[in-house]
Design a protein around this ligand. Structure first.
Ligand code: SF4
Length: 73
């Protein structure tokens, strides 16, 4: 399920990479990314609408693997 205003999509290749998970958890100022016990990434849905569109997560991951979707105009 997405937030009301924002959805964040992470490719499976990135979601399962513990190093990239760590990076995403570190860069996001509003804690939209969290790490599962196995090191894979989890989206914290309750925080999705706090996204500031800062693009730090997009730049922290390989091109095109993290997408921020605006669900509004
Ligand atoms: S764009 Fe910024 S605030 Fe939004 S999910 Fe990425 S790092 Fe977090």
């Amino acid at each position: 399920m997405a937030g009301l205003f924002i959805d964040v999509q992470v490719d499976a290749s990135v979601a399962k990479d513990p190093a990239l998970t760590k990076k995403l958890v570190e860069v996001c100022p509003v804690n939209i990314f969290a790490a599962n016990d196995d090191g894979s990434v989890r989206i914290v849905e309750a925080n999705l609408d706090e996204c500031t569109l800062c693009d730090l997560c997009v730049r922290a991951a390989p091109p095109g693997t993290v997408r921020i979707l605006k669900l509004y105009e």
